[in-house]
Write a protein that binds this ligand. Structure first.
Ligand code: FAD
Length: 544
């Protein structure tokens, strides 16, 4: 009897340990969540304590957390499940997913007014399902400015890391870049760490050892399944408000449509009003867009589109920014395994250096891929092997340059008009030029020499990158001779869009929308600068 029970106990322990072991059971995890359903199964009218709009990078950890605080939580996500086709989101399919422009794609592409193509997520898990997977925490400056307690931030980062963050394996290309950065003085060598430190380090990744991606949707495993409901293909069109006797408008409901066009309304209602809230986590593009569509924004513009104004708030959609990325394409003579970013260099003036290899960047250009224009036939042959190449890229702190987001129409599924004004601020351009000089040094380092075609100079790489950089901007004749012009003409997105609902301008330090009740925004739209070298760690921490 005793033996029988202890065997059973051991078997149970084994199952629990096996099921929770980092990375195992990957394909089977979340599809079994009974609380994730198609929005077509939603009632016409429903009531929850908290309604989270957008099941993305911030939305998933936020909803999981709230559901364990004795609150009924609803998540409305416009996209589908990341678990339907896990091959599509593996590391090697990073670019092909971004270039899938079909109506049901998990990536919605857009071209900003800067003539730079970009992508936004349309799937449960948000940006973590389509991004480069690189995971690195924020600098302390960010926590201080946002008024976030450091100990609580660290606990929250750990909560995320335990579930979905991996120590990467040593990829040949990443090791070479790491050594090259150290060789040219991006010091010290910080080894493996999630912390934001000057120098060169290896950091975390969302990809496990088998190249499978783990996402913010996996954080829903932390949820209390009896207190949460997640609807997929639930496109939120509008937040509704009540306004009584001259009081501040109070957010009280959300109108959403399912995949069959069925209309639903969910109300945020609790006996004690302090428990009911609507939280907008639709991302840096989706959140300001949805605020405006709900009547919160610049009054004149909203009226011109026939939107009833709830609150004249000119700062909604202002101060939009994106980290610019510039770099060099480096074709190499022999095949090496592809890799996404696992190494970053941070220098004293806050240039961030990262790299990936084995992908064809020209697919991202939005023009079907510009062809290399080289006068040297042998170089053309080399350069034509578009996947035998790496991209060594630098981006900058901030940025200081800011743009705007404006509605083009009242269709929530259409992209709004976006302008980031890359390099409008002189300091951003100076940083780019200095970062490019370091990149040229790294490319010329001994560590990278065995990955170079011997007869291809850095000037050849500059010429080639001018032709291939993934944007639709005109090329100035001096783009190959002036690094300033090179930065301006070859700028690409680093996909770190932020702003539009900034702290102190649209939301207060508790992320509550100024001038309204029961409405918060929690996602990248609240940032005045992008945290750390890469923001996803901090966005998930914030959700938690
Ligand atoms: P999101 O994660 O985009 O979440 C918003 C969610 O809201 C989405 O799921 C969206 O479908 C949903 N939504 C929007 N509108 C509606 C609506 N009307 N109704 C219902 N749902 C709606 N960061 C890193 O740290 N490391 C990287 O390597 C990295 N690489 C990147 C590569 C790419 C291609 C991209 C696109 C981003 C990358 N980033 C990276 C940036 C990072 O992924 C994003 O900053 C982050 O995911 C944004 O989080 P968020 O919560 O603000 O928005």
């Amino acid at each position: 009897m005793g033996l029988k029970y202890s065997r059973r106990f051991l078997a149970l322990v084994f199952i629990v340990v096996f099921a929770n072991f980092h990375g195992l059971n990957y394909a089977e995890k979340a599809p079994k969540y009974s609380f994730i359903q198609e929005a077509t199964s939603a009632p016409e009218v429903s009531f929850y304590d908290y309604i989270v709009i957008g099941g993305g990078t911030a939305g998933c950890p936020l909803a999981a957390t709230l559901s364990t605080r004795d609150a009924k939580v609803l998540v409305l996500e416009r996209g589908g499940s990341p678990y339907t086709n896990t091959t599509k989101i593996r590391m090697e399919n990073f670019i092909s997913t971004l270039t899938d422009d079909s109506p049901n794609s998990i990536s919605q592409s857009f071209i900003s007014e800067d003539r730079v193509p970009g992508n936004r997520a349309r799937v449960l898990g948000g940006g973590t399902v389509i991004n480069g997977g690189f995971y690195s925490r924020a600098e302390t400056l960010f926590l201080k400015e946002a008024g976030i307690d450091e100990a609580l931030a660290n606990e929250s980062y750990e909560w995320v890391e335990k579930k979905i963050v991996y120590k990467p394996r040593a990829f040949q290309w990443q090791t070479a870049v790491r050594n090259g950065l150290l060789e040219v003085g991006v010091l010290p060598d910080n080894g493996f760490t999630f912390a934001h430190l000057n120098g060169t380090k290896t950091s975390g990744t969302l990809f496990d050892k088998n190249g499978n991606r783990h996402t913010a949707a996996d954080l829903l495993e932390y949820a209390n399944p009896t207190m949460i409901k997640v609807y997929l293909h639930a496109v939120v069109h509008k937040i509704t408000f009540t306004t009584k006797d001259g009081q501040r408008p109070k957010a009280d409901g959300v109108i959403f449509y399912d995949a069959n066009g069925g209309r639903h309304i969910a109300y945020s209602k609790h006996e004690s009003n302090s428990r009911s809230e609507i939280i907008l986590s639709a991302g840096a593009i989706g959140s300001p867009q949805l605020l405006m569509l709900s009547g919160i924004g610049p009054a004149a513009r909203l009226r011109s589109l026939g939107i009833k104004v709830v609150l004249d708030q000119p700062m909604v959609g202002r101060e939009m920014a994106d980290k610019p990325s510039n770099g060099l394409l480096i074709p190499y003579p022999t095949h090496i395994p592809l890799s996404l970013i696992t190494v970053v260099g941070i220098n004293k003036i806050s240039n961030y250096f990262e790299s990936f290899n084995g992908f064809d960047l020209s697919d991202l250009s939005g023009s079907g891929g510009a062809q290399p224009q080289s006068s040297n036939p042998s170089q053309e042959a080399m350069a034509n092997s578009t996947t035998n190449q790496a991209f060594l890229v630098q981006t900058i702190f901030g940025p200081i340059s800011k743009g705007y987001l404006e509605l083009q129409n009242t269709n929530v599924s259409d992209n709004p008009k976006l302008r980031f004004n890359y390099f409008q601020a002189a300091v951003d351009l100076r940083r780019c030029v200095s970062g490019m000089q370091t990149i040229i040094n790294v490319v010329n380092s001994d560590s990278l020499s065995r990955f170079r075609f011997r007869n291809m100079t850095t000037q050849d790489l500059i010429n080639m990158t001018v032709n291939r950089a993934a944007n639709l901007r005109p090329r100035n004749p001096n783009a190959t001779t002036s690094l300033e012009q090179y930065c301006i003409d070859t700028v690409m997105t680093f996909w770190h869009y932020h702003g539009g609902c900034q702290i102190r301008k649209v939301v207060d330090r508790d992320y509550k929308v100024l001038g309204l009740d029961q409405l918060r925004v929690i996602d990248a739209s609240t940032f005045s600068f992008s945290p750390g070298t890469n923001p996803q760690a901090t966005i998930m921490m914030l959700g938690r």
